[in-house]
Ligand binder design. Structure first.
Ligand code: C2E
Ligand code: CA
Ligand code: CA
Length: 671
């Protein structure tokens, strides 16, 4: 859904009286009205919203005295052309009454993600409201409390003199997210901050009678849309603070951070502030990797806790910047570039500490390029997009935590787009082919199998490696199509393998984590194998380790069926991510493939030392697997020395360039 669709659904069904307008070609057009406004404003001859919409566009002030109509249309024109807030009081007939009531209309502009500017205006029947909000008439505390509790407006009442809290209803608590309930006699700032901040009361006093205003209650805090009204209650002067239900659309209720549209409105000001302090602005897009698994493992509440902590860490890390939460586990910061890398390092380390002992990683993409002297909304949107792009491209890179937008990012993006527009053709035209890489048994030194790997031989761009297309297909949930295609090819080529004398050699194929979310993996494999008459014991499913941590139950069930169907299942890439030994123990697999990084670390250590530590680690992992009766295969053997190491530590099998590179079937040597 676009942000407009989300906003629209929120507004359409609001009980509060709200209308949305657009200024098109010098004319104000009504584009949406809430249920509440329809109830309030419709006449007898207007059976539905469409009829009311039409009147709003043609004869909006039908029931308004002419002198009021002239005044409000002048104000509406000023508001549409000059911006700022719209704030008028006029007389109008509402709720089908014959007498006129006093209406207070308050509005402001809002820019949608696609740049469209709309105005959101809400209407309040002051006469009715005055009755309802005249607390002196709500004689007992209980009546007042129940009134506040039932209101869908977020409401808070404090004394004018000291800011002492009298009431705060549930919607307001949700908006303010205090850490605890308030005690009677406590001030608002004590409750929200834990200490007395006279500034907060001053900021509230400044809003008195000004209609809806964006304000930060906490000095460095999030922006809220609040309205402050003075009242007397029990002889005490009080501020009644309200916020409309839709003000959540401007900030995020979970973290209290502003959302992206607020961010965009604030961006130009923030850029100016950063530049005035002598720094260059940088757009930093943050995304968590592993959040889904984290939630699955520790619960949504724990995930929410991490998000809230991150919101605080971001504000702490970028005190000069503007921080917003875009959605889910995505954040955006407009920051100064001073010591940016150091700050990002500290931040990502802090986040790892917050989520101690898990795979959760905060990654960032940075747009640190030129901006015009007066950056337009379009430029700001593009900078946000580029930062996001830079972030999305470090998905595959476990070690990197942030990435700057540059020409490489742009080029990679074009490649990704190429993959997405051409993958279907690539399969249909057999540009994508199966390459076979041999696997050897360590003890007998004989060929024990082949891993089937995808290669894309592009007529325009030459050979594309899986790293260039697999992650793209995974991100777009298209990998299942490729996996199915590869399996088909593998089965189709069985007679060719047999002709080469390889008919009894098993082949393993890769199954993506994503495949399990879309359809019945086992059933697809079984039916494909049977269609080609391939014996099940010659097909091995390689399932990547990360799949095991995310949906263990479902995966376990699938694995059980593979075994029952006579297929082997191997755990792929063990050690490439956070490895839960518990998972290993509870997963019924036939073999564990140790990730290439075990030997990579060994080779790296060998350059400057003896490689003892890396060898010891490998040994420990193999032993652990052995203790669970699980054989191991080690990937990435590139030298005879590495092969010797595998023999010493007791690996069952090996795979690597030293033993044979992946190659098309016709190039496979058989001897
Ligand atoms: P993988 O499943 O871990 O496959 C092993 C990768 O290690 C292959 O990379 C292989 O070429 C490479 N490799 C083998 N021996 C050596 C060595 O001695 N040194 C080095 N440096 N690399 C070695 P490849 O073919 O580029 O594939 C990369 C990944 O792409 C695979 O990792 C697998 O996760 C994925 N992939 C490839 N084909 C498919 C497929 O059909 N479906 C799915 N879902 N994933 C695939
Ligand atoms: Ca594999
Ligand atoms: Ca692997």
């Amino acid at each position: 859904m676009t942000d407009w669709e989300i906003l629209r659904t929120g507004i359409e069904h609001a009980e509060h009286a709200i209308a949305v307008y657009r200024f098109i070609e010098g004319k104000v057009r009504t584009i949406c009205i809430s249920d509440g406004l329809y109830d309030m404003a419709h006449d007898k001859d207007e059976p539905d919203k469409a009829a009311l919409l039409q009147r709003f566009d043609t004869n909006m002030y039908r029931n308004v005295p002419p002198e009021d109509a002239a005044r409000i249309s002048a104000e509406a024109k000023r508001f549409a052309t000059e911006g700022g807030t719209y704030d008028v009081v006029y007389r109008d007939k509402v709720y089908g009454r014959e007498t006129r009531s006093l209406i207070h209309a308050v509005g402001h502009h809002h820019t949608l993600a696609d740049g469209t500017r709309i105005a959101i205006i809400d209407y309040m029947d002051l006469i009715q409201a005055a009755k309802a909000y005249d607390f002196s008439q709500l004689c007992s505390e209980n009546v007042l409390r129940s009134f506040l509790d039932q209101s869908d407006l977020a409401m808070l009442v404090i004394t004018k003199r000291a800011g002492e809290l009298l009431y705060c209803n549930a919607p307001m608590q949700k908006l303010l997210r205090p850490v605890r309930n308030f005690d009677t006699g406590e001030t608002l700032s004590e409750w929200l901050l834990g200490w007395e901040d006279p500034g907060m009361l001053r900021r509230i006093a400044a809003l008195d009678g000004k209609g809806n205003q964006a304000v930060c209650l906490r000095e460095e805090g999030e922006e809220l849309i609040l309205r402050v009204i003075s009242r007397t209650f029990d002889g005490q002067e009080v501020y009644c603070i309200q916020s409309d239900p839709w003000s959540g659309l401007f900030c995020d209720v979970l973290t209290g951070l502003p959302n992206l549209s607020t961010f965009r409105r604030k961006a130009a000001d923030t850029i100016r502030r950063i530049e005035n302090s002598g720094d260059e602005p940088a757009f930093v897009y943050f995304n968590f990797y592993g959040m889904k698994a984290y939630n699955a493992r520790f619960g949504i509440q724990e995930g929410d806790r991490i998000l809230r902590m991150t919101a605080n860490d971001l504000k702490h890390t970028f005190p000069e910047g503007y921080v917003c939460r875009i959605s889910e586990d995505h954040f955006m910061v407009l920051a100064g570039d001073r010591e940016l890398d150091e700050r990002l390092r500290e931040l990502t380390e802090q986040v790892q500490r917050n989520a101690a002992g898990s795979v959760l990683q905060l990654k960032a993409g940075i747009y640190h390029g030129a901006l015009g002297a007066q950056p337009t909304e379009e430029e700001i949107s593009r900078a946000c997009d580029d930062a996001r792009l830079a972030c999305s491209q470090i998905r595959e890179n476990a070690r990197k935590a942030w990435n700057y937008y540059d020409a490489d990012v742009q080029e990679k993006y074009q490649k990704q787009t190429y993959v997405l527009t051409n993958y279907k053709t690539a399969m249909k035209e057999h540009w994508i082919r199966v390459y076979y890489q041999p696997l050897y048994d360590m003890a007998s030194r004989t060929l024990a199998g082949f891993e089937c790997l995808a290669r894309w031989q592009d007529p325009e761009r030459g050979l594309l490696s899986p790293a260039e297309f697999i992650p793209v297909l995974e991100q777009h949930h298209l990998i299942g199509l490729l996996d199915q295609y590869i399996l088909e090819q593998v089965c189709r080529e069985a007679p060719l393998r047999a002709r080469k004398g390889l008919g009894k050699i098993p082949v393993s194929f890769n199954i993506s984590r994503d495949d399990f979310d879309y359809g019945d993996v086992y059933e697809n494999v079984r039916s494909t194998a049977d269609r080609y008459g391939i014996s099940h014991n010659l097909l091995i499913a390689e399932i990547t380790e990360s799949a095991f941590s995310e949906a263990p139950e479902r995966i376990r069930e699938q694995i059980r069926r593979f075994h029952e169907g006579g297929f082997q299942v191997w755990m792929d890439d063990f050690g490439s991510e956070y490895s839960s030994l518990g998972t290993l123990q509870s997963m019924d697999v036939n073999l564990i493939k140790l990730d290439i990084r075990f030997l990579g670390a060994y080779a790296e250590e060998k350059k400057s030392g003896d490689g003892k530590r890396a060898a010891a680690l490998l040994q420990a992992v193999v032993r652990m697997a052995q203790s669970l009766q699980l054989p191991t295969l080690c990937e990435g053997v590139e030298t005879s020395e590495e092969l010797e190491l595998l023999r010493q530590v007791g690996c069952r099998a090996a795979q690597g360039y030293y033993l044979g590179k992946p190659a098309p079937l016709e190039q496979i040597q058989t001897h």
